[in-house]
Design a protein around this ligand. Structure first.
Ligand code: SF4
Length: 274
């Protein structure tokens, strides 16, 4: 299921919908995909929740319009993580858990009924896999996880990795603050510097987590005309910092479909043994 440049083994989209909130959202690839899937409704894809009416288009760019939707409560797709046997060759290695990018085509923590967040996370935590939860709203995520009953935390920490988007230094710094708290309380955390829009320096209290944290870097996806470029030197500087601190680093792709320079073809994952 995963392609060469993916940092997940599978994807699962039981809910949909979002609203732009930062520089990364200008060319939201998820909105474009949601619009495309809706246009192809009933065609080929396995995971198609209600994509109708959640996107708009302006000056050639797709965007989420703020409406949120979800699969119907009885929809069989809700159980997919529980019945999926995992990837044939998991990215974490033979015999290890598979990584599922959860709600990768939206932001789970955007203004969504709490019971839908709960059902999504509870299902992943009950599965044999690891859910990757990526948000641009880590304040909301941190508040949610702070309210978890202590009895469920060990199981959830085994099955959920929590990430934030840090496309520019300002956004990285603002969002790292609530994520630092989660990392300090034992949650496996990661940052997706994507699309990387300028040089980003990882702060010392981030690097201090070493192999317990994870950095993913990516140039912007999309058509060359609208796609913002990423200087490979920006990615090299992050890689150098990660190497110095023992932080695993993953370069997903360059912007504008440029080939990845050989020295940046680095695809590391955090160590995680069952
Ligand atoms: S937060 Fe993510 S999914 Fe939502 S609009 Fe921004 S880029 Fe798109």
């Amino acid at each position: 299921m995963a392609r060469l440049h993916d940092w997940w083994d599978g994807t699962w989209q039981p809910v949909a919908g979002c609203k732009p909130m930062g520089p990364a959202c200008l060319n939201c690839f998820a909105a474009k995909q949601a619009a495309t899937l809706h246009q192809q409704a009933g065609a080929t894809r396995r995971t198609v929740p209600q994509y109708a009416g959640i996107t708009g288009r302006k000056k050639g760019r797709y965007f989420f319009n703020g409406r949120v939707t979800a699969l119907e409560p009885g929809h069989d797709e809700w159980k997919w993580p529980l019945r999926w046997r995992g990837a044939e060759h998991p990215l974490l290695g033979p015999g290890q858990r598979s990584l599922i990018f959860v709600v990768g085509m939206a932001d789970l923590f955007y203004d969504r009924p709490e019971h839908l967040i709960g059902r999504t996370l509870t299902t992943i935590a009950a599965s044999e896999h690891i859910g990757l939860i990526l948000t641009q709203r880590p304040d909301a995520m941190a508040k949610y996880f702070a309210r978890l009953p202590a009895s469920v935390v060990p199981r959830w920490q085994e099955h959920l990795w929590l990430g934030f988007t840090g496309e520019k230094q300002k956004q990285f710094n603002e969002r790292w603050a609530p994520m630092r708290d989660l990392a300090g309380r034992g949650w496996r955390t990661f940052v997706s510097i994507a699309p990387m829009l300028e040089p980003v320096t990882l702060p010392p209290d981030f690097l201090a987590f070493g192999r317990h944290i994870w950095v993913i870097v990516s140039g912007e996806q999309g058509a060359h005309e609208v796609c913002r470029d990423m200087d490979p030197q920006w990615a090299r500087a992050v890689l150098k910092q990660c190497r110095g601190a023992g932080v695993p680093f993953f370069l997903k792709q360059m912007a504008r479909r440029r080939p990845i320079p050989p020295d940046l073809f680095v695809r590391q994952f955090p160590e995680h043994k069952r």
